[in-house]
Design a protein around this ligand. Structure first.
Ligand code: MG
Length: 158
């Protein structure tokens, strides 16, 4: 059996008049994430981890911000496309682990829905998709609520 590991990181800026979408969940908050797509920072980190595991580059290569077709895109649809790239090469996901770093709002009530969304798109069981949330203890730009970032690792099997 072959095994590959990948890691991903993403950060997006928090602004007014944008939705806060994390793991495909639209979370009520007075700020949202700025980006060309829906700026779902968690899903982006997971996509980059999947691509990284196979040295396939990063999401900017496949979904460039300069391409208007990705404007406002649902990142779960982009995730499905990255999943196809993996599967077409004969790989399957063993598990994903991720962490979202956000000072506010409280993400705990939404974690299970995020896991369910990601697992559904990737055709996995929710227990294969770890999503954790933490604050940055008020330190740095994330601690000042200027942005939200996410980290992910993925293990692929063939
Ligand atoms: Mg991004």
């Amino acid at each position: 059996m072959k095994i590959r590991i990948g890691n991903g990181y993403d950060i997006h800026k928090l602004v007014g008049d944008r939705s806060l979408i994390l793991g495909g969940v639209n979370i009520p908050h007075y700020l949202g994430l700025l980006g060309h797509s829906d700026a779902d920072v968690l899903t982006h980190a997971i996509m980059d981890a999947m691509l990284g595991a196979l040295s396939l580059g990063d999401i900017g290569h496949y979904f460039p911000p300069s391409d208007p077709q990705w404007s406002g895109a649902d990142s779960l649809i982009l995730l499905a496309q990255v999943d196809s790239l993996i599967k077409n090469r004969g790989w399957q996901i063993s598990n994903i682990d991720s962490v979202v770093v956000a000072e506010k709002p409280k993400l705990k009530p939404h974690i299970e829905t995020m896991r369910d969304n990601l697992a559904r798109v990737l055709q996995l069981e929710p227990n294969q998709v770890g999503v954790k949330a933490t604050t940055n203890e008020k330190l740095g730009p994330v601690g000042r609520e200027e942005g939200i970032c996410a980290y992910a690792v993925v293990l692929l099997l063939q």
